[in-house]
Design a protein around this ligand. Structure first.
Ligand SMILES: *[C@@H]1O[C@H](CO)[C@@H](O)[C@H](O)[C@H]1NC(C)=O
Ligand SMILES: *[C@@H]1O[C@H](CO)[C@@H](O)[C@H](O)[C@H]1NC(C)=O
Ligand SMILES: *[C@@H]1O[C@H](CO)[C@@H](O)[C@H](O)[C@H]1NC(C)=O
Ligand SMILES: *[C@@H]1O[C@H](CO)[C@@H](O)[C@H](O)[C@H]1NC(C)=O
Ligand SMILES: *[C@@H]1O[C@H](CO)[C@@H](O)[C@H](O)[C@H]1NC(C)=O
Length: 771
């Protein structure tokens, strides 16, 4: 009782008197009426420990905090507003906010955070608004938000997310608004948004989604507004949008060339649809949304002839306001869609609509195989036994038993799919008039030879698929005439040598697939440096490589190198001396029994992911990983014969370590590793192989280490006395809970890809043609 009244007196005093100077930290200004402490732009490296306990608003903008450690706000339990914008924060340790059960608004925007850990936001049980925009987040670990049951708004815009795994937003039981704009998202797992039953608005604009993520979106039962602008989608198929409550859908600035009239048939409440700034030339009346009031077609090249008439008619009858203007024909150009009457929308007699709108084109005359009946999406000019779609600019003759490359595709064709035919041989100039072609598919065509100049004139070709053929070698001029080629697939052929001279004609090559060929040696020094200076990914898995010459792999651009499943007997250190930017190296499935000291030294500045599984490795030098430091994120040595393993404590950036299926000898010599395992926050499985009585048991779970003589390991005493170490042990207990997150790693792709991947146009085309 006594104590209680003393506290009240103190509180009353503090509230009624101006805050004493000593109560307000030196770098800060304090306002006792609003209980605000502001320490803005003071280059502080720590949260001032003397901030008064009763502070409710704490403004720490523009400082230099870098790491928010556990319990960083322990002394200010009454905070409701916390602003940590632009504080140079790189990492939030688990438990940093654990004492802040009253905070309603937390601003962490404009920092440098890369990963959201499972318990980064633990304790923020009243939080309503969380801003994490303008960081560098590339990974969200499952469970990161489980404690935020009251959160309303979550801003994750302007980060580096590529993929959203299943269930990451689990626990956000009251979320209304989720903002994921301006990331690099190209993939959303089907259950990415599972559990968000209250979400009403979702922003996914400015990402790299190539398809509408139908399955994922269908889970969002309450969403009414969806922003998807600025994603590179080319087509929306039937039932793409299946969202029962959706009213506003924004799909502007995409690359839509076409959409099914039933694309929105499962969005019955849709009232506003924004399709502005796409590549639509026609649109059919949309079936499904009965409440539609506004359809925005601004900035599309709408061609106002008879094929737009049904849409115009439908808009008039159903009261849909059409926004946008005609792009042609000349007498209607720039005429607002809303102003043209159905009678104005005519086709010239005797001309098919496509001829009508493409009359300026001079194309070689080839008799159409399908007679042009009066449908807008009709194929007009197309070789026999093929299908051409002039709207999507796709042509396919896939699996039709062709033995020669057909001729006479529309000059504007961008994607040509010829896979599964029997060409055997590609003569020179096989593709006349294909200057617009971007993607050429020649997989599984039994091709054993490509004559020099076969691709002549393909000056826009970016993607070439030659996988699953019978190529034994390549003519040095095989790729002449396709200088922009960027992605080349040659996997599953019979190439016996690295086709260096053929590839040297491809200065723009970035990704090269040569898996499952019969290449046994990379002999020539300067093999890669003679190619263009852009090659970034090289896949040589499953060849017969036994030897790699020094200098063969020299390249400033190479970032991913897969040498797995070959016959290398040692780590090719000598060949990696001049690959300063190599980030990912896969050596799994070779027969490297011993890894010597400094094996990866040349890669010490760059290497992030190293795979050495199933190599029959019996020994690894304790200095094998010397030089590698905080850059290394992933290390796998699964399924080897290792009994010992070197100390990993210098690899402070490790996130994934896989030591499984090694017969580790569980005696005192393993103690440093075991200690390290206890010390770090990552999921790690290692089992004992020796001695027999411990076989199969987890290294973490056994007790033999207790009897190890301490004097063998001098650091033991130090760590027992060092409070820091104790603390991180507590951390490690916590981190054991992080289950399976290592498998939910985000696949990081180069942020800016020069061109979209080839997948979607192909699917687009299929959907269209099968329609
Ligand atoms: C901020 O502090 C860091 C070290 O704590 C120092 O290197 C830097 O120069 C300081 N910046 C300013 C603007 O004072
Ligand atoms: C239609 O789209 C254009 C271009 O994106 C935009 O400026 C305009 O505001 C939109 N109109 C409506 C009514 O949404
Ligand atoms: C790869 O090498 C092995 C032995 O060196 C040989 O038996 C096999 O035929 C080779 N494979 C190919 C595809 O050349
Ligand atoms: C590395 O190579 C192995 C063996 O070929 C393969 O199973 C694994 O998927 C590869 N890992 C990566 C990340 O490429
Ligand atoms: C455990 O972690 C602490 C602090 O990060 C470090 O100083 C110590 O060397 C580590 N101990 C081991 C055995 O890795």
């Amino acid at each position: 009782m006594q104590i209680f009244s003393a506290e009240v007196v103190l509180l009353v005093l503090t509230l009624s008197l101006p805050v004493e100077a000593k109560k307000c930290p030196r770098a800060c200004s304090c306002d006792s009426t609003t209980l605000t402490t502001a320490c803005v732009g003071k280059n502080l490296t720590d949260v001032p420990p003397t901030v008064e306990e009763i502070t409710v608003k704490l403004d720490l903008r523009n400082n230099n905090l870098q790491v928010l450690s556990r319990g960083a706000f322990m002394h200010t339990p009454y905070l409701t507003y916390l602003n940590l914008q632009r504080c140079n924060i790189i990492e939030i340790k688990e438990g940093a906010f654990r004492t802040l059960g009253r905070v309603v608004s937390l601003n962490l925007a404009h920092n440098k955070i890369e990963i959201l850990y499972q318990e980064s936001f633990d304790g923020l049980s009243s939080l309503k608004e969380l801003r994490l925009d303008h960081n560098r987040i590339e990974e969200i670990q499952p469970g990161a938000f489980t404690q935020l049951g009251f959160l309303n708004t979550l801003a994750l815009t302007h980060n580096q997310l590529v993929y959203i795994p299943n269930m990451v937003f689990q626990g956000l039981q009251n979320i209304k608004f989720l903002r994921l704009s301006h990331n690099s998202l190209n993939n959303l797992a089907p259950e990415a948004f599972a559990g968000l039953f209250t979400l009403s608005r979702l922003d996914l604009d400015h990402n790299e989604l190539q398809f509408f993520p139908t399955q994922t979106m269908t889970r969002l039962r309450e969403v009414t507004r969806l922003h998807m602008n600025h994603n590179p989608m080319v087509y929306l198929g039937e039932d793409s949008v299946s969202m029962a409550k959706l009213t506003h859908l924004y799909l502007s600035h995409m690359s839509l060339q076409d959409l099914s009239d039933k694309a929105f048939s499962q969005a019955p409440l849709l009232s506003h649809l924004d399709l502005s700034h796409n590549h639509l030339r026609y649109l059919e009346p949309l079936s499904g949304p009965r409440e539609l009031t506004s359809l925005n077609l601004t900035g599309n090249p709408i061609y106002c002839n008879c094929y737009m008439s049904p849409l115009r008619q439908w808009a008039r009858v159903s009261g849909v306001k059409l926004l946008g203007a005609c792009s042609g024909p000349p007498h209607l150009s720039d005429e607002p869609l809303q102003a043209v009457s159905p009678q104005d929308l005519r086709c010239r007699r005797g001309k098919s609509p496509v001829e009508d709108d493409e009359e300026e084109e001079s194309t070689e005359r080839v008799p159409p195989t399908v007679t042009a009946t009066a449908k807008p999406k009709q194929k007009v000019k197309c070789p026999a036994n093929c299908e051409c779609d002039t709207e999507t600019q796709h042509a396919t003759c896939e699996g039709r038993g062709h033995t020669r490359i057909p001729r006479g595709f529309p000059a504007k064709t961008q994607l040509l799919d010829l896979h599964d035919n029997h060409f055997h041989y590609l003569p020179a100039n096989s593709f006349p008039g294909s200057s617009q072609l971007v993607s050429l598919h020649l997989q599984s065509c039994k091709i054993h030879e490509i004559e020099g100049g076969a691709l002549q004139g393909m000056k826009n070709l970016l993607y070439l698929y030659l996988s699953d053929n019978d190529l034994v070698s390549l003519d040095p001029k095989a790729f002449a005439g396709a200088p922009k080629l960027t992605y080349l697939h040659l996997e599953r052929n019979k190439l016996a040598q690295f086709p260096g001279s053929a590839l040297s004609l491809l200065p723009s090559l970035i990704v090269l697939h040569l898996e499952q060929n019969a290449i046994s040696k990379l002999e020539t020094s300067g093999l890669l440096s003679s190619l263009g200076s852009k090659l970034t990914e090289l896949y040589l898995s499953n060849n017969n490589l036994t030897y790699i010459a020094k200098g063969a792999l020299d390249s400033d651009s190479l970032s991913t190198l897969h040498l797995d499943s070959n016959q290398l007997t040692e780590v090719p250190t000598h060949a990696l001396v001049e690959t300063p930017n190599l980030q990912e190296l896969n050596l799994s499935g070779n027969s490297v029994h011993w890894v010597g000291p400094n094996a990866f030294q040349p890669l010490s500045k760059s290497l992030k992911r190293l795979y050495m599984d199933h190599m029959g490795m019996e020994k690894i030098s304790k200095d094998a990983l010397l030089g590698l430091g905080s850059e290394l994120r992933t290390l796998t040595v699964r399924g080897n014969q290792l009994e010992e393993f070197p100390d990993l404590s210098s690899l402070t950036g490790l996130e994934t370590v896989d030591l499984q299926d090694n017969p580790l000898r569980c005696d005192c010599f393993l103690l440093p590793l075991r200690r390290w395992m206890e010390n770090v926050s990552l999921e790690l499985t290692a089992t004992c192989g020796h001695p027999p009585e411990l076989r199969g048991q987890k290294v973490q779970g056994i007790h033999v280490f207790k009897s190890c003589p301490e004097n063998i390991f001098p650091q033991e005493k130090k760590s027992a006395a060092d409070p820091k170490v104790k603390k991180s042990k507590a951390d490690s207990l916590k981190s054991r809970k992080i289950k399976a997150q290592t498998t939910a790693k985000v696949a990081k792709l180069p942020r800016k890809q020069p061109q979209r991947k080839p997948g979607p146009p192909k699917v687009t085309k299929k959907k269209k043609i099968l329609k």
